[in-house]
Design a protein. Structure first.
Length: 198
């Protein structure tokens, strides 16, 4: 029987870029099924008064350099710090990711969306960029965006955010093995180890 690891993430979290490019392969190597679960970390951070980089230029500068170093270490493509931060103001790209998770194409969409942000310096939440991403991965942009704006997907996004809240999640990425949570890309391997040994 294969173990399951829940991957709670927000498309807009910078460190999640690293996890998005690493988690699927690492999980597969350890015979772990990764369940991609987009949620609104922005909502939870506001509730918790936990805004990590706003009005903190030194921390923001460090964050981009830290991601660059970690990307180099893991062989993940990286370009200079994006001028688009924060992104996805309406959380539309995250609702598309929610729809993609419901329909089984979440990893390919999320990886393409992050590549648009990190490698092309474009906000994947803007309609023009989002439409190009969807076309590139073989989806109908108008149909997908319409469904992502519908009540069912909005409800699922709120529900997943509620599940994250119940688990005590406060940041993205967070990996959850049952009720045990591991926050940060740098905890991915530890989360996999826990998942396969408990």
């Amino acid at each position: 029987m294969r173990n399951h690891l829940d991957f709670f993430y927000f498309l807009g979290s910078t460190y999640t870029y690293l996890a998005v490019n690493r988690a699927e392969d690492i999980a597969a190597r350890h015979n772990v099924i990764l369940r991609w679960r987009p949620f609104s970390v922005r909502t939870l951070m506001r509730e918790q008064n936990n805004i990590p980089f706003a009005n903190k230029p030194a921390k923001l500068k460090y964050m981009w350099r830290d991601i660059e170093r970690r990307a180099l270490r893991h062989g993940v493509p990286f370009k200079a710090a994006s001028s688009h931060y924060p992104i996805d103001a309406d959380e539309l790209a995250n609702r598309v990711a929610t729809l993609a998770a419901m329909e089984g194409w979440c990893p390919v969409f999320t990886q393409a969306a992050y590549a648009t942000w990190f490698l092309e310096n474009k906000d994947p939440g803007e309609i023009e960029n989002l439409s190009a991403i969807l076309l590139r991965i073989g989806q109908d942009p108008a149909a997908v965006i319409a469904r992502a704006n519908g009540d069912a997907v909005r409800g699922k996004y709120v529900s997943e955010t509620g599940e994250a809240r119940k688990l005590g999640i406060f940041g993205s990425p967070t990996f959850a093995c049952g009720t045990e949570i591991f926050w940060g890309d740098d905890r991915l391997e530890e989360a996999i180890e826990w998942c396969t040994s408990h």
